[in-house]
Design a protein around this ligand. Structure first.
Ligand code: FES
Length: 375
């Protein structure tokens, strides 16, 4: 179908169903009898399940072609996918980093997700019990921009991982090791890997052997029960040339905040520090202006207080509105909504928007003054 006919088809569908495609219109109906049926995901079969730690396992998946045989797209090291399963008749969705590399996928057709079982979690322990070899799950296309910069001045890298935040770094390190062209550059990576204790180090032997085989890779395991979390002392002691490196940080929110603070105090500029929150990003905005949020389509108005830190999703729900949402932490993009005007603060990127019309994610946007939304 050419671009013109695609647009006409989308217009025709929109006019009849208020959806940009007929499949999106019928999808909720079909999912009543078949919750996993979807046109916007890919199927993947479970080919192995491996325990890494007492509370972490790896799912090995073989992605299949999607709707109308669309191939699952390749990914960049550091990206994540949404994984959807049917649990007690309901469709449940979670996001997981891909812990294996694109080079591994190119060789084997397999990807790995290394998953920490959340204590009292609804999904991760259940998946460990219920999924078996040959089970099928639905997965999204790869997403996310926690990926490595390619420029030559970013060749020296500092990785800081906490707990299961090791997963995107395992993908990046494996990619370096399996991709011969990367070994010919002057790539130099130093990983500081914080674990709760020395028994909770995922991929310990694999990482140690990567270090042995590749002179450009250095790995320091840090037991946080003994040495505490990221500190200036750790950086000066274990990676004294950190100020020449581009830093990538992934792990629990408090660890990321601590690492960013320490790196900033030691003079590393914020454009050389990249980070990925596992979970909701903290709202780091002060002095928000009082304003009025107009929910234009539903003709409702809400006055926000000065120093308000509630997200627009929370504000909309407090008004009795029910905008579509999923993860509520800025990764699934289900809460995307059109902002007609006004400035919002994005809690994931820590940046303010422009004033004009654009799409925003309600669950990670905080109003800064007057805002008009198309809901
Ligand atoms: S609900 Fe998932 S990005 Fe907002």
């Amino acid at each position: 179908m050419n671009a013109l006919s695609q647009k006409s088809w989308a217009w025709f569908s929109q006019a009849l169903t208020q959806h940009s495609s007929f499949s999106a219109y019928f999808q909720p109906l079909i999912q009543i009898v078949a919750p996993q049926w979807t046109t916007d995901a890919y199927r993947a079969s479970v080919v192995d399940i491996r325990d890494e730690l007492s509370d972490m396992y790896t799912l090995v998946l073989a992605p299949q072609a999607g709707w109308l045989d669309k191939e699952w797209p390749n990914f960049k090291a550091g990206q994540y996918i949404e994984l959807m399963v049917e649990k007690n008749g309901a469709r449940v969705l979670r996001c997981f980093s891909i812990s294996s590399s694109p080079a591994h996928y190119a060789r084997t057709g397999l990807i790995e997700l290394s998953i920490r079982q959340q204590y009292k979690g609804k999904m991760t322990p259940w998946m460990r019990q219920q999924l078996q070899l040959g089970s099928f799950v639905n997965i999204s296309a790869p997403q996310g921009d926690f990926t490595l910069l390619a420029s030559a001045d970013a060749n020296k890298k500092l990785f800081i991982a906490g707990g299961s935040g090791i997963t995107p770094f395992r993908s990046m390190l494996q990619q370096q090791a399996l991709n011969p062209s990367s070994l010919q550059t002057d790539q130099n990576i130093h990983l500081l890997y914080y674990s709760r204790n020395d028994k909770e180090i995922a991929f310990k032997h694999e990482l140690a052997s990567l270090q042995e085989q590749h002179p450009g890779i250095t790995i320091t395991f840090i037991d946080s029960s003994v040495e505490g979390f990221v500190s200036a002392d750790h950086l000066l002691k274990y990676c004294a040339d950190f100020h020449q490196r581009t830093a990538y940080v992934c792990g629990p929110s408090p660890m990321i905040q601590q690492a960013r603070k320490v790196l900033s105090e030691l003079g590393l500029s914020s454009d050389k520090v990249h980070f990925e929150y596992f979970g909701a990003a903290p709202i780091e905005i002060e002095n928000t202006q009082q304003g009025v949020v107009h929910f234009a389509a539903s003709q409702q108005v809400l006055v926000t207080e000065k120093d308000n830190t509630q997200t627009l999703l929370e504000h909309a729900e407090a008004q009795g509105l029910s905008p579509v949402s999923g993860c509520r932490i800025g990764v699934c993009h289900q809460c995307i909504c059109k902002k007609k005007s006004g400035v919002v603060f994005n809690t994931r990127t820590q940046k303010f928007s422009d004033t004009g019309s654009e799409e925003i994610q309600l669950c990670i946007s905080v109003a800064q003054g007057d805002v008009v939304l198309d809901i």
